[in-house]
Design a protein around this ligand. Structure first.
Ligand SMILES: CC(C)(COP(=O)(O)OP(=O)(O)OC[C@H]1O[C@@H](n2cnc3c(N)ncnc32)[C@H](O)[C@@H]1OP(=O)(O)O)[C@@H](O)C(=O)NCCC(=O)NCCS
Length: 160
């Protein structure tokens, strides 16, 4: 099956809000600044914030039929860095390779922008599923770490 990334609709945000079952999942997914329970009405503003450089994407099958499958964000940082954030797969579709598809499609979007030389992301150290996913995609722990419970991962892209 083929998959695409699109811009989320209001109903996608409603679906997304049901994927975050508890405060621990919320923290692991979106960090400490997104309150749980989620405020569904204001979720787009809460997730996208004021940064014009942050873009949200929803993963669908290629016909955009059925449920949304996953959600993630790209943040264009200072020159040459693109940051992946808020990656999540709908609980009912986890463990089927879709986390990998979502990340690969986000990376393809990020690297379509010229001058992106490095990808980064944060992950909680105890989030073993996500850590395994990112390591298998070629991310590695950065030399400098901001906190003991959270890992900054990076992937240096080869120069074209
Ligand atoms: C992390 C997450 C996105 C992975 O999505 P997924 O669709 O289940 O992952 P995939 O099926 O594509 O698996 C890809 C890799 O992730 C790792 N992984 C995923 N689920 C795993 C599990 N239950 N146990 C061990 N490793 C696992 C493995 O390395 C796997 O590769 P493999 O299948 O070749 O062994 C999903 O678990 C999720 O949405 N979690 C809640 C939100 C969250 O924590 N997001 C991360 C924020 S940093």
């Amino acid at each position: 099956m083929a998959f695409i990334l699109g811009l989320p609709t209001p109903s996608d945000y409603t679906a997304l809000s049901t994927w975050v079952e508890d405060a621990t999942t919320c923290m692991r997914w979106a960090g400490p600044n997104l309150p749980f329970p989620l405020d569904v009405e204001h979720l787009p503003q809460l997730l996208n914030g004021p940064e014009a450089t942050r873009t949200s994407y929803i993963l669908y099958n290629s016909e955009r039929l059925g449920d949304p499958l996953g959600f993630g964000q790209l943040v264009q940082k200072e020159s040459g860095i693109s940051h992946l954030a808020r990656i999540i797969i709908s609980p009912k579709y986890r463990g089927n390779g879709l986390g990998r598809v979502l990340c690969q499609q986000l990376i393809a979007k990020a690297t379509a922008v010229s001058r992106v030389q490095q990808l980064t992301l944060y992950v909680y150290r105890d989030n073993q599923n996500a850590m395994g996913l990112y390591l298998s995609l070629g991310f590695a722990e950065a030399d400098k770490q901001p906190r003991s419970d959270m890992v900054l991962m990076q992937k240096i892209l080869e120069c074209m």
